[in-house]
Design a protein around this ligand. Structure first.
Ligand SMILES: [Zn+2]
Length: 61
């Protein structure tokens, strides 16, 4: 929806020591993104019912 802020997750890419953000996918089931330096793909499932991740900060290994 235009004008609506997209939910994002703060991400620290330990591969390149860089901080970035990843955004929810179209289905809303996970946050997906890429390391801005080496383009490594990261995916963090959206938490539901206490399982998965719903934290606002995430470290990619
Ligand atoms: Zn990287």
């Amino acid at each position: 929806m235009p004008g609506q802020p997209r939910p994002f997750l703060g991400i620290y890419f330990s591969c390149c020591n860089v901080y970035s953000r990843i955004y929810k996918n179209a289905a809303g089931t996970a946050y997906v993104g890429w390391c801005p330096r080496c383009m490594k793909r990261i995916e963090a499932k959206v938490g539901k019912g206490g399982s998965g991740t719903d934290q606002r900060f995430f470290i990619a290994r």
